[in-house]
Design a protein around this ligand. Structure first.
Ligand SMILES: NC(=O)c1ccc[n+]([C@@H]2O[C@H](COP(=O)([O-])OP(=O)(O)OC[C@H]3O[C@@H](n4cnc5c(N)ncnc54)[C@H](O)[C@@H]3O)[C@@H](O)[C@H]2O)c1
Length: 259
């Protein structure tokens, strides 16, 4: 399929993990892709590998000037910006609230929440110039409940939900749709490489075994939903939240003998 022919997509944190899966898929579907991120080496290598219709731009999502430069670079390389994917995000090392340093709290909120806010703020005029478009903010199933020892991360992802709804209201009349995807546990460095200070990878305490679909999510699972939500097939969907977790939030499935 070529659903994104003549469209330009900017993916933050597009240099690895889920972000690079999104970048590859958009590119394969005909889009021009701007890979935004802080890992210059990997971003440039990915852009080189994809060849035409792919560029890398240094983008630290916590910095408004960096956002302005990235949006300018996107419009100057490809003529417009049609889709923004606010994918960049970081996890805190797991510690109780009373042992959480304020610096850690601020860093996680800065990247996950302020980074998403700045992205919408700076990209909105460009999306308007393109006569409409779509934004997807990546939340988390952790943003739908509570998770002990992850207060900064949980709070940041909860807040992204309110930001998404507000942006959807403000931008809908300009034909700009804004939605959130909440991934469950997805096999990326995020869960496989323990955060600084963590005793074990998240994957160790989130074994998929008891759940309805007993496997970890793959980046491609999220990518397929993202492409749908930013395509014209989703033209009446805004301010919505999509959970993609293989049934994790349903709780443990019945054991085979009780079914
Ligand atoms: N993997 C999971 O289980 C999972 C579950 C729910 C939600 N998520 C969310 O999915 C998104 C992608 O995570 P992932 O699983 O690919 O993990 P990842 O660690 O592979 O990717 C995170 C990306 O964010 C980038 N990044 C960090 N700080 C940045 C900054 N200041 N500016 C720009 N980029 C920055 C990193 O360089 C990296 O490319 C994140 O928002 C994460 O919170 C992940």
């Amino acid at each position: 399929m070529n659903r994104f022919h003549d469209q330009t997509v900017l993916v933050t944190g597009g240099t690895g993990g889920q972000g690079s899966s999104h970048v590859r898929a958009y590119h394969q579907e005909g889009a021009n892709v701007m890979i935004g991120g802080i890992d210059t080496e990997r971003g440039a290598a990915l852009a080189d590998e994809l060849g035409t219709r792919a560029h890398f731009t240094d983008l630290d999502v916590t910095d408004e000037n960096s956002w302005s430069a990235a949006v300018r670079a996107t419009e100057s390389a490809f003529g417009a910006l049609n889709v923004l994917v606010n994918n960049a995000g970081v996890q805190n090392p797991p510690v109780p609230i009373e042992n959480t340093e304020q610096a850690t709290w601020s860093r996680i909120l800065d990247i996950n929440l302020t980074g998403t806010f700045l992205g919408i703020k700076v990209a909105a005029p460009a999306l308007r110039r393109a006569k409409g478009g779509a934004v997807v903010n990546i939340g988390s199933t952790m943003g739908l409940g509570g998770t002990a020892h992850y207060a900064p991360y949980v709070a940041s992802k909860w807040a992204v939900r309110g930001l998404t709804r507000t942006a959807a209201l403000e931008l809908g009349r300009d034909r700009i749709r804004v939605n959130t995807i909440h991934p469950g546990v997805i096999a990326t460095p995020f869960i496989q490489e323990p955060a600084a200070g963590a005793a074990a990878a998240i994957a160790d305490f989130y074994s998929p075994e008891p759940f309805a679909i007993p496997r970890l999510g793959e980046p491609a699972d999220v990518t397929r939903l993202l492409l749908f939500l930013t395509s014209s097939d989703a033209s009446f969907i805004t301010g919505a939240e999509y959970v993609i977790d293989g049934g994790l939030l349903l709780g443990p499935a019945l054991p085979a003998e009780a079914a």
